[in-house]
Design a protein around this ligand. Structure first.
Ligand SMILES: Cc1cc2nc3c(=O)[nH]c(=O)nc-3n(C[C@H](O)[C@H](O)[C@H](O)COP(=O)(O)OP(=O)(O)OC[C@H]3O[C@@H](n4cnc5c(N)ncnc54)[C@H](O)[C@@H]3O)c2cc1C
Length: 368
């Protein structure tokens, strides 16, 4: 139950951004954080996800040391010289534990969830709308099941298609970029027999498709085949597919049939695959929404469709930035009700205080 004597923060979405923000604020004695998640539980969905040094450092700041552990974070151990075109490079000295790491997404989400009081996560609560209730001077959030919750501040951490973002900025809808990923995660034993299988993560590039492999924690292995179609072509492959739908490994094999023997051997060992059509939206003009009572984090804030495999790290950094801003205005020693005295007038209208900027969608991306 939300504690109304405290500053109430409602986080929409228990993904990486939402859990990160809840962890960053959990020790504040005068802040009550509740997370509302559409899914009925935190399930094992997704494939590999990469975190760069910025994301790894933020995990450490959050105290999520269990996610830095080699057991679930795979870091490249060494380089080979077999036609490598580029390698990860970092400005300055990077400690081993902060090196770019690849996770099975479910392991990362599970590691974060261990730091959140389970009673604060409310499942099967899909955000629908929010209004300002002037009688109680609070936001009233309505979920699709008809129930409501109150809050002083709402953080939309509800992913790339963010209903919170589209509530405040109705013009900010996502569209398919034409890029499709075939993602597979399976036990390493499926590929262990392959001679010359690189020990480090590798990205192979072709003219219209790429191929990515990496070990993951707990003896898992990931393969990501990516294909760039013309999103405007009426007969584009996977145009009408849904995110995380069943894929056909035979199509994957056909896609890479002319590639190097190493790639073909790996593809032959893939037991199953899932389809992830990539979406993106235009950037927003501002992240200050709902007259300062709402903001966004993670993919909801920058729906760039996986540019540079930065989504996971940005989600953590957004969570940290959100919490830092809150702690700056409401340091732990401050009277918890001071925020209401400071801004007694609620917003007359919450919506349409931001527009989607009309730049081109950013279509650079990486599946890592
Ligand atoms: C199921 C799933 C699988 C993914 N798999 C991969 C992957 O394999 N590789 C990869 O690189 N990235 C993957 N991503 C995306 C990746 O997690 C994000 O790019 C990144 O971590 C940013 O995290 P986020 O917290 O902003 O968003 P997300 O991780 O997308 O989390 C958003 C959360 O909000 C919830 N939500 C959505 N709508 C509502 C609503 N109306 N009300 C309440 N809650 C809502 C979602 O269920 C989800 O839990 C996946 C995301 C999801 C949701």
């Amino acid at each position: 139950m939300a504690d109304e004597s405290k500053l109430q923060i409602a986080i929409i979405g228990a993904g990486i951004a939402g859990l990160g923000a809840a962890i960053a604020l959990k020790h504040h004695p005068a802040i009550d954080v509740q997370i509302y998640e559409k899914a009925p539980e935190l399930r094992e969905i997704g494939a590999s996800i990469a975190l760069g040094p910025n994301g790894m450092r933020t995990l450490e700041r959050l105290g999520v040391d269990n996610a830095l552990d080699d057991e679930i974070a795979f870091r490249n151990k060494h380089w080979k010289t077999n036609e490598i075109i580029s390698t990860d490079s970092h400005a300055g000295q990077v400690e081993y534990r902060h090196l770019t790491a690849r996770f099975y997404r479910a392991h990362l989400q599970e590691a974060l969830a261990k730091h959140v009081d389970p009673s604060k996560i409310h499942f099967s609560k899909a955000f629908e709308s929010v209004t300002f209730d002037s009688a109680i001077q609070k936001l009233r959030i309505t979920f699709t099941d008809g129930t409501t919750a109150t809050a002083d501040i709402i953080l939309g951490a509800d992913g790339i298609h963010s209903p919170v973002r589209t509530f405040f900025v109705p013009t900010s809808s996502t569209a398919w970029t034409g890029w499709v990923a075939f993602r597979s995660v399976f036990p390493y034993s499926h590929v262990a027999h392959i001679k010359d299988l690189p020990d480090e993560a590798n990205h192979f590039w072709g003219p219209d498709r790429t191929f990515f492999i990496s070990k993951l924690g707990r003896d898992l292995f990931t393969v990501v085949g990516s294909y760039q179609a013309d999103p405007d072509a009426p007969d584009a492959l996977y145009k009408d597919s849904t995110w995380n739908s069943d894929g056909d490994v035979n199509v994957l094999r056909e896609f890479y049939k002319d590639w190097s023997p190493l790639v073909r051997q790996i593809v032959d060992a893939v037991p199953s695959t899932r389809i992830y059509p990539n979406a993106a939206a235009h950037p927003l003009e501002t992240w200050v929404l709902g007259n300062g009572k709402a903001t966004l984090a993670g993919d909801a804030a920058h729906a760039h469709g996986g540019a540079f495999a930065a989504g996971g790290s940005l989600a953590l950094d957004d969570a940290w930035a959100f919490a830092s801003a809150i702690l700056h205005v409401f340091p732990p020693e401050r009277d918890p009700k001071a925020h209401r005295r400071g801004n007694p007038q609620g917003p007359a209208h919450l919506r349409e205080d931001a527009k989607a900027a009309h730049g081109p969608r950013d279509e650079r991306r990486s599946p890592e």
